[in-house]
Design a protein around this ligand. Structure first.
Ligand code: PMP
Length: 295
C-alpha cells in the first residue's frame, strides 16, 4: 500500500505518498501508543468530520498523549489532503502516534505525530458479500473489560485482537468475526457495531467495552425518526438465537446485512433494508442537513 502516487499529510505538510515514512524505533510501533480514525467523504463532504476529529483527540488523551493540533486545524488538514489527491469520494485515515525521540515503555519525551492519508475504498465487504449478507464466525477472542484495556479509545493496540479474530474467521470460510465481551455478552464485529431485530424491535449492545460508533449513533437516530423501537441493553449470547435480522454499522462497513453468526442464520428484512437506504441518503446530505436529521 506504500507504493502509489498521491500525497499524505504528515506533521503539517503534504508529502509524496512513497516518502511518508517513520523510523523503526517509533514508540507507537513498539508499545502501541497510537490511535487512529476511519472517516468517509461522500459527494465532497466528510460525514460527521468534527465528531471523528474530536474522537481522535480524545482517543489520544485516553492513552496519555496530546495531539498538537486543534480540531479546526485537523478538519482543515483532512480537507486539504482530499483536495491534494483530487478525491470527493474517499476513505480518510488520520493516525497519531508517539515518535522515535525516546525509547522505553515509560518514554515521555516523545513527540506526537499526526498523519492523514486518503484513498478510494469502495464497499468494505464486497458488493456480493453485502447483497447476500456477511457471514460471521464467533471469535475465540473476547473484547477486554474497560479496566483491562482503554476500550473507549480507537487505539491501534486494540486492533491486534481484531486482526487475529478476523483471520481466524476467514480461515474457517467466514467473512468476519463477531466478538463477545469479557463477560460473554454480545459485543461487536472486528470493525463495526451490531444491531439485532428481535420481535420487530431493534436491540443493540450497550457500548461498555467497545466503541460507541458514530455510524451506530446515526443509525439509532434514523431508526427513531422512523418510529422504530430501539433498545440499548446488555445482550446475552442467547439473543443470537432470538434475532430474525442482524446488521452491522460502521464507517467503512456502512450498514451491512448479516447472513449468519456461527450456526444462527438471519434474513435481511424491511428494517435492515430501510436503514441501509436511510443511511446511504444521510451520508450524502450536506453537513447542515445531517445535523438536522441526527440532532
Ligand atoms: N467498532 C470497531 C472495532 C471499529 O473499528 C469501528 C470502526 N471505527 C466501529 C466499531 C464503528 O465505529 P464508527 O461507526 O465510528 O466508524
Amino acid at each position: 500500500f506504500d507504493d502509489r502516487d498521491g500525497f499524505i499529510w504528515l506533521d503539517g505538510a503534504l508529502v509524496p505518498w512513497r516518502d511518508a515514512k517513520l523510523h523503526v524505533l517509533t514508540h507507537g510501533l513498539h508499545y502501541a501508543s497510537a490511535v487512529f480514525e476511519g472517516e468517509r467523504c461522500y459527494a465532497g463532504h466528510v460525514f460527521r468530520l468534527r465528531d471523528h476529529t474530536e474522537r481522535l483527540l480524545q482517543s489520544a488523551r485516553i492513552l496519555g498523549f496530546e495531539i498538537p493540533y486543534t480540531a479546526e486545524a485537523i478538519d482543515a488538514a483532512c480537507i486539504e489532503t482530499l483536495a491534494a489527491n483530487n478525491l470527493t469520494e474517499a476513505y480518510l485515515r488520520p493516525v497519531a502516534w508517539r515518535g522515535s525521540e525516546e525509547m522505553g515503555v515509560g518514554a515521555r519525551a516523545t513527540k506526537t505525530h499526526l498523519a492523514i492519508a486518503v484513498w478510494q475504498w469502495g464497499a468494505y465487504f464486497g458488493v456480493e458479500q453485502r447483497m447476500r449478507g456477511v457471514r460471521l464466525a464467533l471469535s475465540p477472542w473476547k473484547r477486554p473489560a474497560p479496566d483491562t484495556a482503554p476500550t473507549a479509545s480507537k487505539a491501534s493496540g486494540l486492533y491486534m485482537i481484531g486482526t487475529m479474530s478476523k483471520h481466524a474467521a476467514q480461515d474457517q470460510g467466514f467473512d468476519d468475526a463477531f466478538m463477545l465481551d469479557h463477560k460473554g455478552d454480545l459485543a461487536e464485529a472486528t470493525g463495526a457495531n451490531a444491531f439485532f431485530v428481535i420481535e420487530g424491535a431493534i436491540h443493540t449492545p450497550k457500548p461498555t467495552c467497545f466503541l460507541d460508533g458514530i455510524t451506530r449513533r446515526s443509525v439509532m437516530a434514523l431508526a427513531r425518526r422512523r418510529q422504530m423501537v430501539v433498545h440499548e441493553r446488555v445482550m446475552p449470547a442467547t439473543d443470537l438465537a432470538r434475532a430474525s435480522e442482524v446488521f452491522l454499522a460502521g464507517t467503512a462497513a456502512e450498514v451491512t446485512p448479516v447472513a449468519c453468526i456461527a450456526q444462527h442464520a438471519y434474513t435481511p428484512g424491511t428494517i435492515t433494508r430501510t436503514l441501509m437506504e436511510d443511511y446511504d441518503r444521510l451520508v450524502r446530505m450536506p453537513p447542515e442537513e445531517v445535523a438536522k436529521v441526527i440532532g
